[in-house]
Structures are given as structure tokens and as C-alpha cells.
Design a protein around this ligand. Structure first.
Ligand code: URA
Length: 476
């Protein structure tokens, strides 16, 4: 019998490789259970590598001969290695043994006992990673005044730090942060991830400015008309509540809910959802652009290919706001790249404006259309969809603080200048709004393209260029 101690996937992989090369059968190995992924004070740099292609090598360095296994097995093993079940190493080796001894397609047999057991473990680990992504809350600490430093403590069910940490390094790339769990910690220094030993919750500083901010945000998005307590407990397990600042609010919010619902009914407050609950905490353009694709504030996200967020320089002084992406924009994920965009390009050029200097966006971020055979015909967004999507535009404008906003068409004009705005009467006038010193409304290029009367169309183009030039001139 061989007694083997492994602490992480890489250990298991090299041990398994050596055992296979010595032809040691699974019943000849005793894998000793060990919960720590990392030996005390070990330090390992970088993310785990990803095998590509149909087959992947089991080799992670070392001298034993190469063993090739189907790449889905390695993917499965990486997840299973993070499960707390002490039997995981044994089941993994047993399955690996069978694969390399003639059962190459074993993983396709989902009713097989070993395969099923591994799949169940993988699923539990993936769910735990998902929960970690949702429930980690960073607190700001004052360790380094030059760069903001954050710390979070989380108690996952499994040993998932290595699987989850790369997500946080992508999501919070520009921050210095540390995530502590009882078993392992991860540290990001804006360049690389390092892992260290775990720490108890008592080490995490409690006072935090972010916490109040987050609570305000949570209370503002909490909709008493939609409380589902069981669902909240499922999605936000009570076990995680001690580390979630918003959890202390939940009881109050729940007890106040009936009164708030009545008040909402009296105030005719919309029960319809808005995008506010999908906004990221840090509302810079990059974070907003990343978050918009998760938005489900209205049904338009169901049929559109993707959300189309604004594009252009972060310091743009001129912002153009259209209605919603069209067919081409929906496919390409960028605003104004279709026929309306072409007319906009020539008009910007005629007005002496560089398109690359301008920030382009829309009131509604998802394409609304009606299918006619293979064609997708543009449909005007209704007031509920415009209302639901509004937080994205407001956040964009708040981040940009442009000097001038030009509304292209009635939808944008009414969204920013009020429901009573009439394009035919008020086009070209300059108004001050909370978003910019100057807001101007002009024709939408698509409306110009649809104009059947040739003379009228030329006149609209002339006015369009003139309005663009005027919007730009006030910047000089
Ligand atoms: N029409 C718009 O309003 N926006 C686009 O991005 C494209 C067409």
C-alpha cells in the first residue's frame, strides 16, 4: 500500500502520474485527507494554466513519463480537487486509472458511479465559486495611501480560492486587494495573484467607508414588493450574512416592507424594474460597460444578441445620444455602425468633427425588433423600456460630464429634455440640463434616411450638420 498526502491539484497530478508510471492500481493507494490547499506559508504565483485541445497531458513537470488524458478530465479534476470530500483524490485516481486502461470514453457515461460522483462534486464547486463571486464584499483599508487597498473575508463551502481569485483580478484589476478565507488567502497587486495561508475572520478590519455606501445602495435597490424570503435565504445563505454589510439591513427592510408597498401604491411608484440593481458599485465607464451585459431590467435582453454600450473617449466633451442599437449594432456590439451610422459619419465630417473625439451612446441599450421572415425590423422602445434602461445612460453621463450633449431624435430628446419636448418645434435650441451645460436636440440620422421627399431630406441633412457644428462650436 502506498500512503500519499496531497494538498492541491498540482500535487495530485504529479503523484498520479508517478503512480500510473509504476502501474500502481487504485486499491493499492491510500490518499490521506488534507483540507488545506496550501502548506502553511507556501507561496505560489500566478493562475492555474489551462490545457487546450482534445487531449491534455497529465504532466505538470517532473520526471515521470507523459500520460495523455482527454482534456475534459483535467477540467473535471481541477474542480473536483477543490471539493472538501476527503475521498476526492481516490475517486479521481480510480477514474483516471480506468481512462488510461482502456475506458477512454468513460466520462461520456454519466450513469457510471465514479463519473456521477465526480460530476456532483464539480457542480457543487462551481456553485460555490458562483456564490463567492456574488458574496465577496471588499472593505477599504488604509495600508497604502497612494493606491486604494481592499480586504475581504469569505467562508466558502469548498477550497475554491484558486478557481475564484482570477475572476476578482480581472474584475478589480486596478485595485490592490486581498481575499481571506479560513483555508487560503489570495492577494492581487495589480499585476499578479499570489496565494498564502488562510486567516480567521477576526483579522479583518470591521470599520469601513465602503460599507455605508453599499448599504445605501442596497436599500435603494431593495424592492419591498418583490420580497421572497425563502429565495433570499437560498441565494444569500444565512451563513454568509455576517460578512455581508447589507445583511444587517435585511430584517429592517423586511419588517418595513408591507408599509413601503402601500406607500408605493399610493405614490404610483413604478413596480417595473429598472437597471439600477444591475449597476456596478464603481460607476466608471469600464465597469458600467462590463455590467451592462448582465442587465435584465426589461424583456429586451431576451431577444437581443448583446447589450450595446456607449463608445468613445472617457474625456469626450461632446456626447451624442441615439435611440437604441439597430440590427448591425446589435450584431457588432457597437453603436452607430449601420446605415444611420454612415450618415452620421459624413455629417460629422461635414461639421468638422472627428468621430473618434465624440462619445456615442443610446437611450436604450438592447435592440428592439420584430421578426419578418429572416429580417429583424426596428421597433421603437416604449416608455417602460426607456425607463428601465435609464440608469445606464444617467451613469454614463455622470461619468463623462460632457460639455455638450446632442440628442439624436425624439426618444433621446424626450429622455433628457422632458416628455413635452417637440423636435419639430424645438430642434437646434440650446438648453441646460443636469447632465451638461448645453443639450441640443436634432434629427435622428435614421429619420433622415427614411424621409421619402428628396428636397425635405436634403434640408434635414443641412439642419443636422448645422446642429452638430453648433454643438461642437460651443466647445471651442
Ligand atoms: N440608431 C440609433 O439610435 N443608435 C444606433 O446605435 C444605431 C442606430
Amino acid at each position: 500500500m502506498r500512503f500519499i498526502h496531497v494538498a492541491c491539484f498540482d500535487d495530485w497530478r504529479s503523484e498520479a502520474r508517478a503512480l500510473l508510471s509504476d502501474e500502481v492500481a487504485p486499491n493499492q493507494v491510500h490518499w490521506s485527507p488534507e483540507d488545506n490547499q496550501l502548506g502553511l506559508f507556501d507561496q505560489i504565483d500566478g493562475e492555474t494554466s489551462k490545457e487546450k485541445g482534445a487531449d491534455a497531458s497529465l504532466n505538470g513537470g517532473g520526471k515521470s513519463p507523459r500520460v495523455s488524458v482527454p482534456s475534459p478530465f483535467l477540467e473535471l479534476a481541477r474542480h473536483v480537487a477543490c471539493h472538501r470530500d476527503p475521498a476526492r483524490w481516490q475517486v479521481l485516481y480510480q477514474t483516471l486509472w480506468r481512462i488510461v486502461h482502456g475506458e477512454r470514453r468513460l466520462l461520456e457515461i454519466s450513469t457510471d458511479e465514479d463519473v456521477h460522483r465526480l460530476q456532483v462534486m464539480k457542480k457543487a464547486v462551481k456553485r460555490d465559486v458562483h456564490k463567492m463571486k456574488a458574496f465577496v464584499r471588499f472593505r477599504k483599508i488604509e495600508a497604502n495611501k497612494a493606491v486604494e487597498t481592499y480586504i475581504a473575508w469569505h467562508r466558502p463551502d469548498h477550497l475554491i480560492m484558486r478557481l475564484a481569485a482570477p475572476f476578482f483580478s480581472r474584475r478589480f484589476k486596478g485595485m490592490l486587494w486581498t481575499i481571506l478565507t479560513p483555508n487560503e488567502s489570495a492577494h492581487w497587486d495589480q499585476k499578479q495573484l499570489t496565494y498564502g495561508p488562510g486567516l480567521p475572520a477576526s483579522e479583518v478590519p470591521r470599520a469601513d467607508v465602503l460599507e455605508d455606501l453599499w448599504k445605501t445602495y442596497y436599500a435603494s435597490i431593495f424592492n419591498p414588493a418583490r420580497i421572497k424570503i425563502d429565495m433570499m435565504k437560498r441565494e444569500m445563505p444565512v451563513r454568509h450574512w455576517p460578512t455581508l454589510p447589507e445583511a444587517s439591513l435585511i430584517e429592517d427592510l423586511i419588517s418595513e416592507a408591507p408599509a413601503r408597498v402601500n406607500q408605493m401604491i399610493e405614490n404610483h411608484e413604478g413596480f417595473s424594474e429598472t437597471a439600477a440593481r444591475y449597476l456596478p458599485i464603481q460607476q466608471d465607464l469600464k465597469s458600467l460597460r462590463h455590467s451592462v451585459n448582465h442587465c435584465q431590467a426589461c424583456h429586451l435582453c431576451n431577444d437581443a444578441t448583446q447589450a450595446v454600450f456607449g463608445i468613445g473617449p472617457e474625456n469626450a466633451r461632446l456626447v451624442l445620444v441615439g435611440e437604441q442599437p439597430g440590427d448591425r449594432e446589435d450584431k457588432e456590439g457597437k453603436p452607430f455602425v449601420g446605415p444611420a451610422g454612415e450618415l452620421l459619419n459624413t455629417s460629422l465630417h461635414d461639421a468638422g468633427i472627428e468621430r473618434n473625439d465624440v462619445y456615442l451612446t443610446n437611450v436604450v441599450k438592447h435592440f428592439k425588433f420584430e421578426r419578418r421572415g429572416t429580417r429583424r425590423l426596428h421597433k421603437k422602445p416604449d416608455s417602460r423600456e426607456i425607463y428601465a434602461c435609464r440608469p445606464w445612460l444617467e451613469s454614463e453621463l455622470t461619468a463623462l460630464q460632457p460639455k455638450t450633449v446632442i440628442c439624436l431624435g425624439a426618444t433621446a430628446a424626450q429622455a433628457l429634455l422632458g416628455r413635452d419636448f417637440r423636435l419639430s418645434k424645438q430642434r437646434g435650441g440650446i438648453q441646460m440640463t443636469q447632465w451638461s451645460e448645453r443639450t441640443i436636440a436634432t434629427w435622428h440620422p435614421a429619420a433622415i434616411l427614411r424621409m421619402p421627399d428628396k428636397n425635405r431630406r436634403s434640408e434635414m441633412i443641412r439642419q443636422f450638420v448645422q446642429d452638430l457644428r453648433q454643438g461642437n462650436a460651443v466647445l471651442e
